[in-house]
Design a protein around this ligand. Structure first.
Ligand code: GLU
Length: 333
């Protein structure tokens, strides 16, 4: 057979393979920007739910904001909408604090001193502590998150905050600030969290001074981030502990697995089961209106939209991430 014949046969095979829809789909790279644009358009006009108001500063945030950001494990950043608007990180901070506590103390200590089972109850539930005989709580609800802060190294408040904020900055790949109005507002309305910390102390499940650790916890919740920052921060989890942009290794890949496991079982509070069932990505929400989600080895995505459902999860962020996960075929199950 002549060389020309080989070329013709090869071309014919290519045409046949590409005409088959299954092969065609598999060989195409998804157009990530188009998917983000679609998610934005699809959910922009409906904006159900309401801003958190138990922290007065959160009620004042413009509820029209809607921003979507996605970072791939090769460091590409995709954005749509209000991705430069700062808002308070709130509970999303809990995964980064947990990560530092795990790096400092090891995963066994997290299991023994805090616990990792989902409480199935609200994020600030006192009943959850009382119902559990071991007073075992979860690092992604307020009780366990404050206990995680109390475990961190640091001889005083300043030292603890300095190492925690520089840890956050390494994830964000820039220096993040604290939104002072949110910090003041939450500090003045912190009786419930203080009661939780005192209750844990009474059960020997809090590992330091209540005032000091409550102040650090409140400050971490008031850190100002954009949707883009959050996607950049979460990309470290998508990339097994190495930052896709700065290339720095921040965590061991074993610890990333532990963090993702807790996000899967408790990241969206008492709605975590439904989220796993429907969307299938480890995620974490905050009452400031942000949600991060992680597609291991592929990408991280973050959405900001302030209006929440009853459990405290941003409604449009859930919708947008659900749509993106579906379009990018990212459900881990
Ligand atoms: N700072 C908030 C609190 O302690 C965080 C709650 C959240 O985002 O779920 O109540």
């Amino acid at each position: 057979m002549k060389f020309n014949h080989y070329v013709i046969i090869c071309l014919q095979v290519c045409v046949l393979v590409c005409a088959n829809p299954v092969w065609a789909k598999a060989s195409q790279q998804p157009d990530i920007q188009a998917v983000l644009d679609e998610a934005y358009l699809k959910f922009k006009s409906q904006n159900p739910g309401k801003n958190a108001d138990y922290i007065p500063a959160l009620a004042e945030v413009d509820s029209r904001f809607f921003g979507i950001a996605l970072v791939t494990t090769d460091g590409k950043v995709y954005t749509k909408g209000d991705v430069s608007q700062e808002f308070s990180i709130q509970s999303i901070s809990k995964v980064f604090t947990l990560s530092l506590a795990m790096e400092q103390k090891g995963p066994q200590n997290i299991l023994d001193k805090i616990g990792v089972n989902a409480t199935g109850l609200a994020f600030n539930s006192v009943t959850a502590i009382e119902l559990n005989e071991d007073r075992s709580i979860n690092p992604l609800v307020n009780a366990g998150a404050m206990a995680a802060v109390s475990l961190l190294d640091g001889k005083d408040q300043k030292a603890k905050w300095s190492s925690l904020s520089s840890w956050y900055n390494q994830f964000a790949n820039r220096n993040l600030g604290v939104l002072d109005n949110v910090y003041q507002s939450e500090s003045k309305n912190n009786g419930h969290n203080r009661a939780i910390a005192e209750l844990l102390t009474s059960y020997n499940r809090f590992y330091g001074d209540v005032d000091l650790n409550l102040a650090v916890y409140t400050r971490q919740c008031s850190v100002g981030v954009t949707a883009k920052d959050l996607a950049v921060m979460a990309s470290v989890f998508a990339n097994n502990g190495t930052h896709p942009i700065s290339k720095q290794r921040l965590m061991t890949s074993d610890n990333v697995k532990h963090v993702l496991a807790v996000m899967t079982t408790a990241g969206l509070y008492e709605n975590s089961g439904e989220w796993a069932y429907q969307v299938g990505l480890p995620a974490k929400s905050g009452v400031g209106g942000g949600i991060i989600a992680v597609s291991p080895d592929r990408f991280s995505v973050a959405v900001f939209s302030p209006r929440l459902d009853e459990a405290g999860n941003s409604i449009r962020a859930q919708q947008a991430i659900g749509y993106i996960a579906e379009e990018l075929n990212a459900n881990i199950f």
